[in-house]
Design a protein around this ligand. Structure first.
Ligand SMILES: *Cc1c(COP(=O)(O)O)cnc(C)c1O
Length: 391
């Protein structure tokens, strides 16, 4: 468990993304937090040490990362994990057999898999609901419900949940409210301010932003949950190595710069796509045509670089994702480089086909992660791919 430093909340967002959680290294004064590549720490005598005993439990590089993200989310405690799913695994360990979770139906594919194929077998119960309507959350709550788990915007349908409204439900009923903030990042959306108890990140995505590591992070402001999550982090041991923490910490320093460019590219490209005859549907909360655009403007300060589009024909979608040259065909998202994917066969292949169909995740759906390259080059690349894949 890492608590933020006394001054971590003192400055504005971009200043904190560079500095929060970091102190000059005591031996040499190194400005950048070193990679503390060690498994253990010398003790001056029995029980006499500097607060560091064993690196599963404490590592200074990891602590700097945990404090930094905790500060950016407006929380007080951070916990780093070896992946976003390891972070989710720790969150679900807050529960006991018989407990019930209300979860958004259109969450990350791996989130579904961990819940349905591992934790359901260990006695947790899950109900998946469309969180665009908070009434669906209320209806799904039973006497056994302990947690509401929410992703907004969702991957890849870009549906929104009204964080303040869901927060009212969880607070009124004493339920844990967990929000996966991977897509929006704290630069555009801070759910702890709307009654969320725990924020989850795949740091693999925008927080690191350079597609060169895998990691997860949890943030909370509740001391009781911090105590419990710190215990789970150490007891189950799903921690990241110091090199990956250092990479994420470096990435975070440019989070505001990158997010502004992802957002600018996302808006321009979404507008351009909306005018193309090949596109039968487009999903981007920044477009006024998005059914939840008004909510997006209310709870987010930007919309980012994630866009989904339906080409109405599975074969054309397949040709399209294989025709781009700058947008690389790959899983993942949130890096400086643009990526293109086919959710039904890639990121969301583990979601049952009937459920995919129901939520609009068709075989002709394409997902873009717009990077920070020049907008005109990205548009040119998509234009070429439309021509190459047939109109
Ligand atoms: C990638 C992702 C995850 C899982 O994170 P990993 O780091 O891949 O384990 C969870 N939620 C969302 C929204 C994601 O995009």
């Amino acid at each position: 468990m890492t608590r933020i430093l006394p001054h971590d909340h003192d400055h504005r967002f971009a200043t904190r993304s560079v500095h929060a959680g970091q102190v000059p290294e005591p031996l040499s004064g190194a400005v950048m937090t070193p990679i503390y590549q060690t498994s253990t720490y010398v003790q001056a005598g029995l029980g006499r040490h500097k607060g560091y005993e064993y690196a599963r439990t404490q590592n200074p590089t990891r602590e700097a990362l945990e404090r930094n993200v905790a500060s950016l989310e407006g929380g007080t405690h951070g916990f780093a994990f070896g992946s976003g799913l390891a972070a989710l695994d720790a969150v679900l360990k807050l529960l006991r057999g018989g407990d019930h979770v209300v979860c958004g139906e259109n969450v990350y594919g791996g989130t579904h898999r961990l819940m349905n194929q591992i934790y359901a077998g260990l006695g947790l119960q899950f109900t998946f609901v469309d969180m665009r309507d908070v009434a669906n959350v209320e209806r799904a709550v039973t006497a056994a419900t302990r947690m509401v788990y929410c992703e907004t915007p969702t991957n890849p349908m870009m549906n929104l949940a009204d964080l303040a409204a869901v927060g009212d439900v969880t607070q009124a009923r004493g339920l844990l409210f967990v929000v996966d903030n991977t897509f929006a990042t704290p630069f555009f959306q801070r759910p702890l301010e709307s009654a969320a108890d725990v924020i989850l990140h795949s740091t693999t995505k925008y927080l690191n932003g350079h597609s060169d590591m895998v990691g997860g992070l949890l943030v909370t402001s509740r001391d009781d949950l911090a105590e419990r999550l710190g215990f789970i982090q150490n007891a189950a041991g799903g921690v990241p190595g110091p090199m990956d923490c250092w990479l994420a910490l470096r990435g975070l320093k440019t989070l505001p710069l990158r997010m502004r460019q992802h957002d600018a590219n996302g808006r321009r490209i979404a507008e351009w796509l909306a005018g193309r005859s090949e596109v039968t549907k487009i999903y981007y909360p920044g477009l006024p045509s998005h059914p939840q655009h008004e909510l997006a403007c209310r709870q987010m300060s930007g919309f980012g670089g994630m866009i989904s589009l339906d080409l109405g024909d599975a074969a054309r979608a397949r040709r399209f994702v294989e025709s781009t040259r700058i947008f690389a065909l790959a899983e993942s998202l949130g890096g400086v480089e643009s990526l293109i994917g086919h959710p039904a066969s890639m990121t969301h292949a583990s979601v049952p086909p009937a459920m995919r169909e129901e939520m609009g995740l068709t075989d002709s759906l394409v997902r873009l992660s717009c990077g920070v390259e020049d907008t005109e080059d990205l548009i040119g690349d998509l234009d070429r791919a439309f021509v190459a894949s047939g109109r």
